[in-house]
Design a protein around this ligand. Structure first.
Ligand SMILES: [Ca+2]
Ligand SMILES: [Ca+2]
Ligand SMILES: [Ca+2]
Length: 497
């Protein structure tokens, strides 16, 4: 077991700036964190502790098939275990035991493929960066007194979202599940579009929290949700798919922590409750040779494969450690999972080039990256870092005040950030646009993915490459694609992802 005392000190993104409520155009806090130079981040794996309930250890069981063997509960009791949850059709179960030989004995139960102790991780910890206060914000660029930040939303322009809206694709009728820290549903940006099946899988989240509440006590989930579907109402920000419905599934607490079971529950629940798209802007990294880490990866893979079979398009961020995963054999979850679109980040290095690879922080590697999307860039000016490179979105008015890597977190309706956490929801939003425009693509993730891949704008090295994958997602081209690839058809035109 590894120490957990540092789990809460890390963060999900590389840069941030708060726009406080009621402060009009004057941001009262401008704090950015910048990745250290060199390779300091590259050896970092995610800290963890074994998941437990009271004095019982929590285990994840994988079955040889997708169903639960009929006598499993009884066999479990015989070796000192209790069934906590089972996922029929997925082939997974969560069990508890305090018996010292439980893992060994349970592995011998008929139908059990493998069993592993669950881990609590901080899903944002691999993104840990060094904090640095930055002065010299250009207030004239930070929106106007009516809190309209649309001129700052370069990401929407970069992916040609406005042209997609004009073409009639707005995400209407599509549900996007946001697996994250919850959503601040009190923000008018989400009014009337939070799915009734939204649900929390986190207990005791922060001070005074209602256990069943999906209210976002961190802000990260609300930022992701706003990128996907903030209202096109003339104020604040606009999402990529402003008419999409959001299923808020809280699987990370306000510190960013949870166990694998909670994330698996979120994936299985989302796909069972009818989510068309699932966004996961978080991740964990385990070293090659970490057999339990590899086993947890396989459990998560079963859940993602189930989501695929149920018709959901699964999207995740590839992480902010500035690491090329083609140069290592580490386990990156969920980015490396099959049937999951791994998204790297682009960001402006100057005022107008929106398509630079975000080499300040974005991971790369053909085995994790499928597509690239705006995540935010670092524009260095004589007076500091310009806010023009960030991604603007909603935050949470209920965020718990905490200091993460020297950066103060506080309640706010809007926030600007950078990271692959911001890139993935741009792709999730475009997937929602494609599904809304082409109703017959609903529940056919392969066709949606083929469309996203084939319509992406190729960047960097010609064709599929380690930084941009198939290229930077293009919303207008994606919703305009009307035919399968000539001679190949939808089913064969997509690279296995
Ligand atoms: Ca808005
Ligand atoms: Ca390329
Ligand atoms: Ca993939």
């Amino acid at each position: 077991m590894r120490p957990s005392k540092n789990l809460a000190r890390t963060m999900a993104f590389t840069l941030g700036l708060t726009l406080l409520a009621g402060c009009q155009s004057q941001p009262t806090a401008l704090v950015a964190t910048v990745a250290p130079q060199g390779n300091a981040l590259q050896q970092k794996t995610t800290e963890w502790r074994v998941a437990s309930v009271g004095n019982r250890t929590q285990y994840l069981v994988e079955f040889t098939g997708d169903s639960i063997p009929k006598d499993f509960k009884k066999a479990l009791a015989q070796v000192g275990g209790t069934l906590a949850d089972s996922y029929e059709g997925v082939g997974l179960a969560t069990v508890l035991s305090s018996h010292p030989d439980f893992e060994e004995n349970a592995a011998r139960i008929a139908g059990v493929e493998s069993i592993v102790a669950d881990r609590v991780v901080n899903w944002f910890s691999a993104d840990s960066v060094q904090a640095m206060p930055v002065n010299g914000s250009d207030d004239s660029q930070v929106g106007s007194s009516d809190l309209t930040f649309s001129p700052m939303q370069w990401g929407l322009k970069a992916i040609h979202a406005p042209e997609a809206w004009t073409a009639g694709a707005t995400g209407k009728g599509v549900t996007v599940a946001v697996l994250d820290s919850g959503i601040d549903y009190t923000n008018p940006e989400f009014a009337g579009r939070i799915h009734w099946a939204s649900r929390s899988f986190i207990q005791n989240d922060g001070p005074n929290a209602d256990n069943n509440d999906v209210l976002d006590l961190r802000g990260h989930g609300s930022h992701v949700a706003g990128i996907i579907a903030a209202a096109a109402d003339g104020t604040g920000v606009t999402g990529v798919a402003p008419h999409a419905r959001l299923m808020a599934l809280k699987v990370n607490n306000y510190k960013g922590e949870s166990n694998f079971d909670q994330v698996i529950k979120g994936i299985v629940y989302a796909s069972s409750a009818g989510a068309d798209v699932i966004n996961m802007s978080f991740g964990a990294r385990f070293a090659q040779g970490d057999a339990a880490g590899e086993s947890l990866n396989r459990k998560m893979q079963k859940a993602v494969r189930f989501a695929f079979r149920r018709g959901a398009v699964v999207v995740s961020s590839v992480g902010n450690e500035r690491t090329n995963y083609d140069n290592n054999t580490d386990i990156r979850i969920p980015a490396m999972l099959e049937h999951n679109i791994g998204v790297s980040a682009t960001g402006p290095a100057t005022g107008t080039d929106y398509d630079s690879f975000a080499n300040f922080y974005s991971n790369s590697g053909k085995r994790i990256v499928d597509l690239a999307a705006p995540g935010g860039g670092v524009i260095i000016t004589p007076t500091g870092i310009s806010p023009a490179g960030f991604i603007y979105s909603t935050w949470s008015n209920h965020a718990v005040r905490q200091t993460v890597e020297g950066m103060p977190f506080q309640p706010a309706p809007y926030f600007m950030m950078a990271g692959t956490s911001m890139a993935a929801p741009h792709v999730a939003g475009v997937a929602a646009l494609v599904i809304s425009k082409r109703g017959h693509f609903r529940a056919q993730p392969k066709k949606v993915v083929a469309t996203l891949f084939e319509s992406a704008d190729d960047l960097g090295a010609a064709g599929f490459d380690a930084q941009f994958g198939e290229g930077r997602v293009n919303a207008f081209a994606a919703v305009s694609a009307t035919k399968p690839h000539p001679g190949r058809g939808w089913q064969n035109s997509v690279r296995f992802w």
